[in-house]
Design a protein around this ligand. Structure first.
Ligand code: PLP
Length: 399
């Protein structure tokens, strides 16, 4: 109850479609036009400069600590996330590094046990050397909420839906428990994006995104961002951007600013196709199980319906086959490229057992549920009928 009151209540009012409260699609296209100079240019220029003349009106000095292309992208990201501040970084991992760099020796981070692999690697192989400790818990387990009060961590680190099993965590419940214990919460929102779920409105302190994925959407640039309404956290992110050299390139920001304009359109198509493909594969005799957040057979479907405006565009399936057969199915596809990453206009397929999780020990794989027959599909913008026909022909290889 107290937590509900502590939330930013203005965000819970239904949005009116007036000129002052535009919806996502309009925000994504029409933010940051203030760069327009005496040329009337419709698209922003690329500010390819390392430095700026002292005393300029924009307050720029050196690109490591700010550039007009960063500022334009930060503006549109904050607008779409409905928050006060966004800070851009050179990659999702740079954004994670920026947040982790605020920790001190001896600090404990209470992490969801299914975090993105590179986040785990950063904590275990880099920040552990500086005395940052981690504990890994399953945040769908109510005991995890008591762990927040018991362990008094310096930070809670979540991701929802998780990779690759699309576990959905009740962000409101975790943020509520963390708020009572005065613990800041980081949510990696890469799989959902602000169009599907807005962690800050659910009580998170920081919403982190790899803009490499859906936000840019064209697999041609890397980027990351951290959104927040807390001015002191914003200052910490701005400091990390310049002090650790985590800034992006102006050209990459320009690409991502272009990419986000079609995010609402792309995501609408990708989510509709993903839902249709999940339903099709659930009935396919060659497929053992299907995991998709808005399906009734998803273990956390009620939470997913409550906090996500769509089911996302990732579908994970299990085949009852050997590792070699699952790999052969992936390789037999014509429209799905077998590759790491996700969120682009082109469909991708990933076989975690031989790709993203190849180095993970058999015990940990078992614990995470990464079986030999597990396949993750990132649904792109191709015609859904073509994608389904392609999946059918590849699955005909399953004996
Ligand atoms: C890709 C990804 C990252 C890392 O982003 P990069 O831009 O590749 O550095 C972090 N979290 C999640 C969930 C991701 O999918």
């Amino acid at each position: 109850m107290g937590c509900f009151l502590a939330l930013k209540t203005e965000c819970h009012h239904p949005l009116q479609h007036s000129a002052n409260t535009p919806s996502d699609a309009t925000r994504a296209i029409h933010h940051g036009e203030s760069f327009a100079d005496d040329t009337g240019t419709v698209m922003p220029p690329i500010y390819a400069t390392s430095t700026f003349a002292h005393g300029n009106a924009g307050g720029f000095d050196y690109t490591r600590s700010g550039n007009p292309n960063f500022r334009i992208l930060e503006g549109v990201l904050a607008s779409v996330e409905r928050c006060q501040h966004a800070t851009v970084f050179g990659s999702g991992v740079s954004a994670i590094t920026a947040i982790a760099s605020t920790l001190q020796q001896g600090d404990l981070v209470l992490c969801e046990e299914n975090l993105y692999g590179c986040t785990v690697r950063l904590f275990e192989q880099v920040f552990a050397k500086f005395g940052v400790r981690t504990d890994w818990v399953d945040f769908t387990d109510p005991d995890a909420l008591t762990a927040i009060a018991d362990h008094k961590p310096a930070m809670v680190w979540l991701e929802s839906p998780t990779n690759p099993l699309l576990k959905v965590i009740d962000l409101t419940a975790v943020c509520c428990a963390a708020r009572k214990a005065q613990v800041p919460v980081v949510v990696d929102n890469t799989f959902a994006t602000a169009l599907v779920q807005r962690p800050l409105e659910l009580g998170a302190t920081l919403s982190l995104t790899s803009t490499t994925k859906y936000i840019n959407g064209h697999s041609d640039a890397l980027g990351g961002a951290v959104c927040t309404d807390d001015p002191s956290w914003h200052q910490k992110m701005v400091f990390a951007q310049k002090a650790l050299g985590l800034m992006p390139a102006p050209f990459d920001c320009w690409l991502i600013t272009r990419g986000i304009k079609t995010l609402p359109l792309r995501l609408r198509q990708q989510m509709a196709s993903a839902a249709a493909i999940a339903d099709h594969l659930a009935l396919h005799p060659g497929v053992d199980w299907v995991r998709y957040p808005h399906r009734s057979d998803h273990p956390q479907q009620p939470v997913a319906l409550r906090q996500m405006k769509g089911g996302g565009a990732i579908v994970t399936i299990g085949l009852n086959t050997s590792r070699e057969q699952a790999y052969a199915v992936c390789k037999a596809l014509r429209w799905f490229t077998m590759a790491e990453s996700l969120g682009g206009v082109e469909s991708l397929i990933c076989h975690p057992a031989t790709m993203t999780h190849a180095a993970v020990s058999p015990e940990v794989k078992r614990k995470l549920g990464i079986t030999d027959g597990l396949i993750r599909l990132s649904i792109g913008c191709e015609d859904v009928a073509d994608l389904i026909a392609d999946l059918n022909q590849a699955l005909s290889l399953v004996p």
